[in-house]
Ligand binder design. Structure first.
Ligand code: ADP
Ligand code: ZN
Length: 228
């Protein structure tokens, strides 16, 4: 491979932590693909396929999509050529079965670093209440920082709307599932000394700097350094 290797990162954070926005920035910085299961599933829903309809019934209610389906989609995506350079995985793994499958898929390698973007629940709830998203490209806005013209996306001109699963009911359900199913994984990665917790409070640029500094302290690993 002639191109330099990028990091393989996982990022955790409860709904409204700013994970999606920060992932886009990290991917630009490290030039690795952003693999967001939420974005992939929303695209499938938009395509109107039968699979999309099935996915929508889970997502709309804030329920998790069954593991076998999620694992199939992610395995396929990780086997694409661009993912060999590294990646930022956003929204996966979310359950123990998914985390185990990921270790299997990456063996004998592993992820380089796992980031946890931390914000108190009150803050995440406040952010979700104001969040708006472009139907076309998925860019996040908020009632406090709307697009420049009306509710039309600055990037693609798409319609900027409330996300269908940002209802009170679905938000409560997603936060509960995060706590029950996903937080134990954060502890699991911590035991493996892969985890770095990052404070998600503050201006976007400040949070991005914190993430990049944390990544650059731990990556490239010694292995990559001695191989290059
Ligand atoms: P959020 O973190 O705000 O819930 P995402 O965009 O990451 O949003 O995910 C949206 C929805 O997509 C989830 O509520 C769930 O229904 C589904 N989903 C995404 N990733 C996974 C996953 N790894 N396992 C199961 N369901 C998932
Ligand atoms: Zn857009």
């Amino acid at each position: 491979m002639s191109e330099a290797q990028g990091p393989r990162l996982l990022i955790f954070g409860k709904q409204g932590a700013g994970k999606g926005t920060q992932c886009v920035r990290l991917c630009r910085h490290y030039r690795v693909p952003h693999i967001s299961t939420g974005d992939m599933f929303r695209a499938a829903v938009q395509s109107g396929s039968q699979l999309g309809e099935r996915l929508d019934s889970y997502m709309h209610a804030g329920e998790l999509i069954p593991d076998d389906l999620v694992i199939g989609v992610v395995s396929e995506r990780l086997s694409e050529e661009d993912a060999a350079r590294g990646f930022v995985l956003d929204g996966f793994p979310r359950t123990t079965a998914q985390a185990e499958k990921l270790s299997e898929l990456l063996a004998p390698g592993d992820v380089d670093l796992v980031l946890s973007l931390e914000v108190p629940t009150e803050v995440s709830l406040r952010r979700l209440a104001g969040r708006r998203v472009c139907r076309g490209c998925g860019t996040n806005y908020s009632v406090h920082s709307p697009p420049e013209q009306g509710w039309e996306c600055d990037h693609c001109g798409g319609e900027v709307v409330l996300r269908r699963d940002d209802t009170e009911h679905a938000i409560a359900r997603r936060l509960k599932l995060y706590e029950e199913q996903t937080e134990p994984l954060v502890s699991w990665y911590q035991e493996q000394e892969k985890l770095v917790a990052i404070d998600g409070i503050g201006p976007l640029d400040t949070v991005t700097d914190r993430l990049i500094r944390a990544i650059d302290r731990r990556w490239p690993t010694d292995q990559v350094r001695s191989a290059s």
